[in-house]
Design a protein around this ligand. Structure first.
Ligand SMILES: [Zn+2]
Length: 205
């Protein structure tokens, strides 16, 4: 791609680093911005910068947050006795949209995937085990989806905590074979949280 402007070329190159955005799409977006008021691009750039520099991870659940402790963990009306184990913030958002869950979350930041070089130590698993050891948590709900990586991760965590006094459950299988939670409709997802099944029973199915 030949550019008449090095400034435009640099912007296109940066934009095209993003997943799913090739050079042609990046060029179209940049030309769009150039047709809009300057202020709009400045606001976009500022929003990106402050998101990247100022965002935090909740020190309790590891969810993306603006504060040290996220609003869900800080909410006194939510029970600390039930923790829903999820992969990332998209799952938290999907489950929150159902309004069916009033416990807390624990965000792992991924799933165990030896093919991708992701082992238990790369994920936020140990702090979850520590929470269980403290004895406040009565139930863990595994909501990692029923992919092989999800199953492996569930089982790994289960093995770590099975000797402690905690119930484990999982959202109904079949809700998301090959689908991620974020794509499941709210009613189905909400129902599967309410009708969750004991984790041991899910191992036999
Ligand atoms: Zn939190």
């Amino acid at each position: 791609m030949e550019f008449s402007s090095k400034l435009l070329e640099k912007a296109v190159n940066e934009m095209s680093q993003l997943p799913g955005i090739g050079k042609r799409t990046a060029l179209r977006l940049m030309l769009h911005l150039l047709r809009q008021p300057e202020d709009q691009t400045v606001q976009l750039a500022k929003a990106l910068e402050s998101m990247r520099l100022d965002i935090k991870f909740c020190k309790s659940c590891n969810n993306i947050s603006d504060k040290e402790v996220c609003e869900i963990c800080a909410n006194p009306h939510r029970t600390k006795e039930i923790i829903c184990v999820v992969e990332d913030i998209r799952d938290v958002m999907a489950i929150e949209n159902t309004s069916s869950f009033k416990g807390l979350y624990h965000v792992l930041g991924g799933k165990i995937s030896p093919m991708d070089g992701i082992g238990p130590n790369e994920l936020n698993i140990q702090p979850l085990v520590e929470k269980v050891k403290q004895g406040i948590v009565k139930e863990l709900i595994f909501a990692l989806g029923s992919t092989m990586e999800g199953d492996t991760t569930n089982f790994y965590i289960y093995r770590q905590i099975q000797d402690y006094n905690v119930t484990t459950s999982t959202i109904a299988r079949g809700i998301s074979v090959g689908n991620e939670l974020e794509y499941t409709d709210e009613i189905t997802l909400g129902r599967s949280i309410i009708n969750r099944i004991p984790f041991e029973a899910s191992l036999k199915s």
